[in-house]
Design a protein around this ligand. Structure first.
Ligand SMILES: Nc1ncnc2c1ncn2[C@@H]1O[C@H](COP(=O)(O)OP(=O)(O)O)[C@@H](O)[C@H]1O
Ligand SMILES: [Mg+2]
Length: 331
């Protein structure tokens, strides 16, 4: 792990939406890094700020109403936050690429797979000949396990199954060899068997190409099977960070513990599935204290009057909880 190179370093990132209800800090001072070749999972319930984090890294936050209001996103020698739109277009797709949640909304129904793939290549390889581009398009379709790649170039998105469309999306994201691939809930819209195939494909590609992958999901089962390291987000903040094994064996934050309890366990089919009572607060509504306090079974008086920081649980594991701070004082 330590000899691996850091490819992306997010420092104190804050992204705010300026709405009629006021400023909403959807991502509130988060810091994390991704290393070459690793799959980093980002988990949390809906509304915790996962998509806003990934769109911020891609500099695709709709503006207005959104804006990156603080922090740095370091990629190689560049701070992506500071790049002009033109400079960012050179980075997007070539250095950092993204697979979106809904393939049908990101593939254009009016153009063939070939058109869209060649366009993605053309943006970054203007000097390539038609044959070179076509060869690369076929090569990448084969790499993502699509049969009859040449014929596929002439197909329209609606002619493909959901699983095939998701493979095309992965091909489009990888076609210019990005160093970082962000996948935002890439399998949510797929049925379970296809979901497993797509995750296996992403793991194989990650092994083969050494791309750093940021995998966003609300599904801890996906994390367990795919990721090396995990970040747990809650109400715009990171509440826990750990290696995947530590997260499952020794979850430190009560929110993580609650998420793990909500995972269906096939051994105990008859038990009703647990779900954490309450819901994620709207960003910006809790100014002081722990944002999870009103849903936490371990909440103490200080949890609503003082704001917890991220405390070290063990090497490589941190949690934003006073229970951890107390452990630290005891030892
Ligand atoms: N376009 C927008 N306008 C206003 N607020 C937004 C917008 N997009 C996201 N938000 C705010 O950011 C929060 C986190 O959203 P998101 O990152 O999409 O969550 P998720 O973890 O489900 O991906 C939302 O609950 C909402 O308050
Ligand atoms: Mg999302």
């Amino acid at each position: 792990m330590s000899e691996r190179r850091k490819v992306l370093d997010v420092i104190n990132l804050e992204t705010t939406f300026f709405t009629d209800d006021g400023a909403v800090p959807a991502v509130d001072d988060i810091s994390f890094s991704i290393y070459e070749g690793e799959i980093l999972g980002i988990v949390g319930e809906s509304g915790s700020g996962k998509s806003v984090t990934s769109l911020s890294v891609m500099r695709l936050i709709p503006s207005p109403p959104g804006k990156i209001t603080n922090g740095q996103i370091l990629f190689e020698d560049k701070d992506l936050v500071k790049l002009t739109d033109k400079e960012m277009r050179r980075v997007r797709g070539k250095d950092v690429a993204m697979i979106f949640q809904e393939p049908m909304t990101s593939l254009n129904p009016l153009f063939t797979i070939g058109n869209q793939l060649l366009e993605a290549i053309r943006i970054h390889h203007k000097k390539w000949s038609k044959q070179q581009m076509r060869a690369r398009a076929i090569e990448i379709l084969k790499l993502v396990g699509l049969p009859r790649a040449e014929a596929l170039l002439k197909d329209y998105p609606h002619q493909l199954s959901g699983g095939m469309r998701q493979r095309v999306m992965i091909a489009m994201a990888l076609v210019c060899n990005p160093k970082v691939l962000i996948a935002d809930e890439p399998t949510t819209a797929l049925d379970v068997t296809i979901q497993a195939q797509i995750l296996q494909l992403m793991k194989n590609l990650n092994d083969q190409l050494n791309t750093a992958v940021m995998l966003i999901t609300h599904d801890l089962g996906v994390v367990a099977e795919t990721c090396e390291r995990v970040i747990v987000m809650y109400a715009g903040q990171i509440v826990e960070e750990a290696h995947v094994q530590d997260l499952f064996e020794n979850p430190a934050h009560p929110y993580t513990q609650g998420l793990l309890q909500s995972v269906p366990d096939m051994r105990f089919k008859k038990e009703a599935l647990y779900s954490i009572p309450g819901s994620v607060p709207k960003p910006g509504t809790i100014e002081v204290g722990c944002r999870f306090a009103d849903r936490c079974q371990f909440a103490m008086p200080r949890c609503t009057t003082e704001t917890p920081k991220l405390y070290e649980v063990a090497s490589g594991q941190m949690a934003r909880c006073f229970l951890i701070e107390q452990v630290e004082v005891l030892v």
